[in-house]
Design a protein around this ligand. Structure first.
Ligand SMILES: [Zn+2]
Length: 90
C-alpha cells in the first residue's frame, strides 16, 4: 500500500473517533516505518499530549518507538497534514 493511502486511511479512522476534537491531523512518518499522529485544533495548535502511534500489526513490535517522547522528532522522514473538511459528506 502507498504511504499516502495509508495516511488517508488512518486520518479517516481518527476523524471518525475524534471529530469534535480535531480540525486537522498531522502525521509524521518515522524512519522505522511507524506513523505518529498529532491532532491539530481549530486554531492551529498541535496537541502534543495525545500522540497516536500507528504500525502495521504484521510488522510486529517496534523497539525504536517503545520509549515515545525521547527525541522522536529526529527520526521523522515525512510529514503530512490532513484536514477534516476533506471527509465531510453533503
Ligand atoms: Zn517505530
Amino acid at each position: 500500500m502507498q504511504r499516502s493511502d495509508k495516511i488517508l486511511r488512518l486520518a479517516r479512522q481518527v476523524f471518525t473517533s475524534f471529530a469534535q476534537h480535531a480540525t486537522g491531523l498531522k502525521f509524521y512518518t518515522m524512519d522505522c516505518g511507524c506513523i505518529y499522529c498529532l491532532r491539530v485544533s481549530r486554531d492551529g495548535v498541535m496537541d502534543y499530549h495525545h500522540v497516536g502511534v500507528y504500525r502495521d500489526a504484521e510488522d510486529g513490535h517496534c523497539e525504536a518507538c517503545m520509549d515515545l517522547g525521547q527525541n522522536w522528532g529526529d527520526r521523522v522522514v515525512d510529514e503530512t497534514v490532513v484536514y477534516n473538511t476533506k471527509f465531510k459528506i453533503g
